[in-house]
Design a protein around this ligand. Structure first.
Ligand SMILES: NC(=O)c1ccc[n+]([C@@H]2O[C@H](COP(=O)([O-])OP(=O)(O)OC[C@H]3O[C@@H](n4cnc5c(N)ncnc54)[C@H](OP(=O)(O)O)[C@@H]3O)[C@@H](O)[C@H]2O)c1
Length: 313
């Protein structure tokens, strides 16, 4: 869908969760607040996911919701977020906003933290992909949008959570933080969805490759900055996943995963607190080979590779 068809919400849509009913996987303390008063406490994972209206983000949201989590679902298309919320009554907080809007994300973060608490996991997944060629002046805007959403959008997503996650990670575990009343250590994780496309510059996808290479480098900086703070940073590089983003690709996509399966593997890598993972592992080997290829050979092999269509943003 073209970006102009996706209405940019003027104000974020905050849909309040009125009844919290987590079923399984009680991993943290969630004070449920209704009309400003704590109603009761539950133990469940709190997850913030951007790009939760479609593809991998939607599959991740469903995965965590089926595990009993409370999810902040962030994307521009409010109606898709609300459809998800209707499937899991009371456990989805919808934030219809654009990840380029730092103030809107900060507002959503403040709202979620005040209602539910500091999230255990924040997944910066929102992203766009489009073919671009430098020789066309009209593609400059696409370069700017891709970098803005895929790189700065990730920074803006994490920014309002870092201080509160650091602070929560530094606190001793509460005796109430386990269902049996014993002490339980909570893990705080910032997850960036990058891509194998960030390993080398793919022809016809300069904006996307550059944005994912930048995301990988940024996530590494953040990981080192937060080393020892109790907040982990996980960099995930998927290969191909069957989603609206890849539906239009006019070329073969080896080792492609269904979105549900990709979400399961992403969640497993997050649970293992991996600092870096390629999904699936076969694409990890491909990625390793790509990185090792000398430039002269890479150029020859990829000179005639098919390109992603231009002009989609
Ligand atoms: N599919 C693959 O093969 C593949 C491979 C490697 C990495 N990835 C990465 O995985 C992530 C998810 O991609 P996908 O394949 O699931 O694509 P998708 O189905 O097109 O989903 C993209 C999601 O990002 C959201 N989004 C885009 N721009 C946004 C903005 N400005 N503000 C807020 N939300 C925005 C979209 O929601 P709205 O339009 O409602 O805002 C949508 O929910 C992306 O970062 C992508 O680069 C995908």
């Amino acid at each position: 869908m073209r970006s102009e068809e996706r209405e940019k919400p003027s104000t974020p849509l905050f849909t309040q969760s009125s009844i919290l009913n987590p079923s399984r996987n009680y991993l943290g303390l969630v004070p449920l607040v209704v009309r400003g008063r704590p109603l009761r406490s539950h133990f469940c994972l709190r997850v913030v996911i951007t790009g939760a209206s479609s593809g991998l983000g939607l599959a991740l949201a469903r995965h965590y919701l089926e595990e009993g989590a409370v999810v902040a679902a962030v994307a521009r298309r409010a109606e898709l977020l609300q459809a998800l919320a209707a499937e899991f009554p009371g456990r989805v907080f919808c934030y219809a906003l654009d990840v380029r809007d730092a103030a809107a994300i900060r507002g959503a973060a403040d709202d979620f933290i005040s209602r539910v608490g500091v999230p255990d996991v924040v997944i910066a997944n929102a992203g766009v992909s489009v073919g671009t060629l430098t020789e066309y002046a009209e593609d400059i805007d696409a370069y700017a949008q891709v970098m803005d959403i895929n790189v700065l959008g990730m920074v803006k997503t994490f920014q309002p959570f870092v201080a509160s996650m650091r602070e929560a990670a530094g606190r001793p575990p509460s005796p109430l933080s386990s269902p049996r009343g014993g002490e339980r250590e909570r893990h705080f994780t910032l997850v960036g969805i990058a891509s194998v496309a960030g390993f080398r510059g793919l022809p016809g996808a300069g904006a996307y490759s550059a944005s994912k290479a930048a995301a990988i480098a940024y996530l590494e900086s953040l990981r080192v900055e937060l080393h020892g703070s109790g907040v982990k940073v996980v960099t995930l590089c998927p290969g191909y996943i069957r989603t609206p983003m890849t539906d239009i690709n006019p070329y073969a996509m080896p080792f492609i995963l269904e979105a549900d399966e990709a979400a399961r593997r992403v969640a497993r890598a997050i649970a293992r607190q991996k600092s870096f993972a390629v999904i699936p592992w076969q694409m990890g080997l491909v990625g390793m080979l790509l990185r090792l290829l000398p430039r002269w050979l890479y150029d020859r092999l990829f000179a005639h590779a098919p390109h992603k269509p231009r002009g989609l943003l």
